[in-house]
Design a protein around this ligand. Structure first.
Ligand SMILES: *[C@@H]1O[C@H](CO)[C@@H](O)[C@H](O)[C@H]1NC(C)=O
Ligand SMILES: *[C@@H]1O[C@H](CO)[C@@H](O)[C@H](O)[C@H]1NC(C)=O
Ligand SMILES: *[C@@H]1O[C@H](CO)[C@@H](O)[C@H](O)[C@H]1NC(C)=O
Ligand SMILES: *[C@@H]1O[C@H](CO)[C@@H](O)[C@H](O)[C@H]1NC(C)=O
Ligand SMILES: *[C@@H]1O[C@H](CO)[C@@H](O)[C@H](O)[C@H]1NC(C)=O
Length: 322
């Protein structure tokens, strides 16, 4: 009798194990997530080339104010199946912001009453995805546009979030005071930064704005903000008080790339794009927020963004930063 029930139990175990095997390769494609305990949502894209058990990079992409997950997927083209980071197919979380009743705006990232909740959301989303999919925890990245770019910059400045993301790419970021672009920026380490901004941007102006100029200013001149990052990342001028100079190259017509390759620190890379408005650069002009100047003569995502991410990973166990 006992032996029989043991056998039964054993066969149940076998059945459970084989069911586990079937379940163990989670679905690919676009998957809508809702975090039950916080009423927050995100869209996860898992490429068809995903192989369960092999570590994959993960990208977080944050939309602009009033945007949403699907729009961010469309304008960034980060789910293009041909893309690779460090030679591997990667997953993308298209995060979605909260509704801010004070501003009467849907889906935003900045606003004092929500900031705390918003940061926790990033940890929650990472946790949920990491429990189902095999994620390389040393290759998690953040990028975002406009308000979501400002949020990306905030994540780079916080000791807790700068420790989990390997690199950050804010695109036309809205650098409000709450993103720590003026003070309180205290990353846990020198963090790789790639900043892209259209010079014709009228929504988050390249040259910054004063509080009197509205839109929740002030915002810094992005050239100053880049220099602050170069200093924070260990670049030094020739004498006390002098900023380090970047190398500058025109990589496409009117596209100026600046690189601060800080010794022993982390790279600060920037693109200033002539003729481009408030847009994620693409030759297809997919990001209408930049109208009428939303079309670039290069694609940011492929190759520049995936190449930038490919170059950076968090130091693994046994590795130390010199
Ligand atoms: C935000 O508001 C929009 C429009 O009213 C609604 O569709 C959406 O579900 C709301 N999102 C949250 C997280 O409350
Ligand atoms: C908030 O936005 C909605 C939709 O755009 C509009 O109908 C409503 O009048 C606005 N409310 C306030 C207080 O501005
Ligand atoms: C969020 O707010 C709570 C309560 O005010 C506080 O205990 C917690 O430390 C805050 N978390 C973050 C990440 O700021
Ligand atoms: C912006 O776009 C308009 C319409 O295509 C064009 O005429 C204008 O030259 C562009 N501005 C700049 C600064 O490139
Ligand atoms: C940019 O991407 C689009 C769509 O993915 C593609 O059609 C176009 O050829 C790309 N442009 C360049 C310059 O690679």
């Amino acid at each position: 009798m006992l032996a029989k029930s043991l056998l039964l139990a054993a066969s149940t175990l076998v059945a459970a194990a084989s069911q586990q095997l079937v379940l163990s390769s989670p679905p690919t494609g676009n998957r809508a997530y809702a975090l039950e305990w916080s009423e927050r949502t995100f869209l996860l894209n898992v490429p068809a080339a995903y192989v369960h058990g092999e570590p994959h990079p993960l990208v977080f992409s944050f939309h602009g104010a009033g945007g949403y997950s699907e729009k961010q997927q469309r304008i960034t083209e980060l789910s293009d199946p041909s893309l690779r980071i460090d030679g591997k197919p990667f997953l993308t979380i298209y995060a979605q912001g909260v509704n801010n009743t004070d501003w009467n705006m849907t889906h935003i990232w900045k606003g004092a009453p929500y900031e705390n909740k918003t940061i926790q959301y990033v940890f929650d989303a990472l946790d949920v995805v990491s429990r189902t999919y095999t994620i390389d925890q040393s290759r998690i990245y953040a990028c975002g546009k406009s308000n979501g770019g400002g949020f990306t910059a905030l994540l780079a400045c916080r000791p807790d979030t700068s420790a989990i993301f390997a690199a950050f790419a804010p695109v036309s970021p809205a650098l409000y005071q709450g993103t720590y672009s003026f003070h309180n920026c205290t990353p846990s380490r020198p963090v790789p930064i790639f900043h892209i901004h259209g010079i014709e941007d009228t929504i988050t102006p390249f040259h910054g704005r004063t509080p009197e100029e509205g839109s929740f200013g002030p915002e810094p001149d992005v050239r100053l903000w880049r220099r602050q990052w170069s200093e924070r990342n260990g670049c030094k001028g020739r004498y006390e008080g002098e900023w380090a100079e970047p190398s500058v190259e025109e990589i496409h017509k009117g596209v100026w790339e600046e690189i601060w390759d800080c010794p022993g620190g982390a790279e600060v890379r920037a693109m200033s794009v002539e003729g481009l408005g408030h847009a994620w650069p693409s030759t297809l002009g997919l990001d209408l927020a930049g109208k009428p100047n939303q079309t670039a003569n290069f694609n940011l995502t492929n190759p520049y963004l995936v190449d930038f991410f490919s170059r950076h990973s968090l130091p693994g166990p046994g590795h130390s930063r010199e």
